[in-house]
Design a protein around this ligand. Sequence first.
Ligand code: S3P
Ligand code: PEP
Length: 431
Amino acid sequence: MTESKALPYHSTGLRGELTVPGDKSISHRSIMFGALAKGTSEFKHFLLSDDCLHTIGAFEKLGVKIQHDDETVTVEGVGLNGFRPSKDTIDLGNSGTSTRLLMGLFSKQGFPITFSGDASLSKRPMKRVIAPLQQMGAQITATDGDYLPLTIASNHQLQAVNMTIPVASAQVKSALLFAAMQAEGTSVFTELAQTRDHTERMLQQFGGHIDKQGLQLTIGQQPQFKAQQFRVPGDMSSAAFMIAAATLVQNSELHLKQVGLNETRTGFLNVLSRMGANIEVEKVEPGSESMGDLVIRPAALHSTDVGGAEIPNVIDELPLIALAATQAVGVTTISGAGELRVKETDRIATVTAELRKLGANIVEKPDGMVITGPTPLRPTTTDQLDSHGDHRIGLMLAVAALLSPEPLTLNDAGAINVSYPSFFQDLANLL
Ligand SMILES: O=C(O)C1=C[C@@H](OP(=O)(O)O)[C@@H](O)[C@H](O)C1
Ligand SMILES: C=C(OP(=O)(O)O)C(=O)O
């Protein structure tokens, strides 16, 4: 993934209608629950991006039959006891979600499983999942106790636990929920803050039981899940790039169709609206995962403070909030976001370095950033923009380039295939 790309720049407006690709978090989980269910599940508008293809590949290696054409995926469920051993290491590419959720899901199999990943994933911490799973009785050996490659040993026994989840992370929570449904007894987990709840919702959609009281989740062994058919909502985290672009580029009028509106994912709409954005939500379709249409028009923005319990809800959109803040009047602070340092890149460092190349006034803090705006964005050095192999950094820079009066090139542009392979085509259709 090293190719450079000339970015569209000096945009005169994004106009038209777009259905953004399916939600990445929901697409991963649909394969997982589909594999655990009895019968054949069918998911429309599934996200066939690099990360989700790694989840599909993992289950195929373990004997699950999965077919996909265009945007529809079918999974023939095998149940918790129907997986087949794989002689090969399972490569999870760049995908933290696949790795962490599958560690919990496969923590009680009668055979060992080894996971590996790319250079970026191999630097991301796994102890946050390993330690609580070990407390439940799982046997996991990882490189330096924390990193891929790691092996989950054959294991026949898991015990229920009562614990506060030490990191506000949907990936850690979901791994623990997958383990708890295979443990003896009833587990109780308390979250430090509300994180995305797709696992809990999908578990119920497939016929399972989980009780939620505030930040506390109670879960025991589950009835046999039943296969489901549904449409994956558009990914709010992908929509966010187009929402930011239509807000920042004059003369835009953008209509986004069937975007996921799960309240644990709409923090970006709240933050941008608080900054003055003009976003209308229409035609809301309720459901296990609600979705609706959005209309976005340009707006003058002012600064805001983002932090505390809001962070998990905007975690993947913080690079874009930093970009929006460069165009807002005043000083925007992002705090309590140290988790950004352990994503595909250290996103506090990469956002700061890359936006500075465009003349932004942005200061790195241990757990966030301080951005003073507005500043015009244009190339200020001969260094090219670089995704650093991180899809969300590459996509954010492609939005920033729309504001530049001069041309820009993005190095390692192929990184965007991790979550939004059709981004440049979708953008071209709107320009
Ligand atoms: O559960 C998920 O699908 C995800 C959870 C978040 O990670 P953390 O749980 O590590 O915060 C998010 O950053 C990631 O893109 C997807
Ligand atoms: C952090 C992300 O994903 P993952 O953790 O699944 O690699 C992301 O998509 O921004």
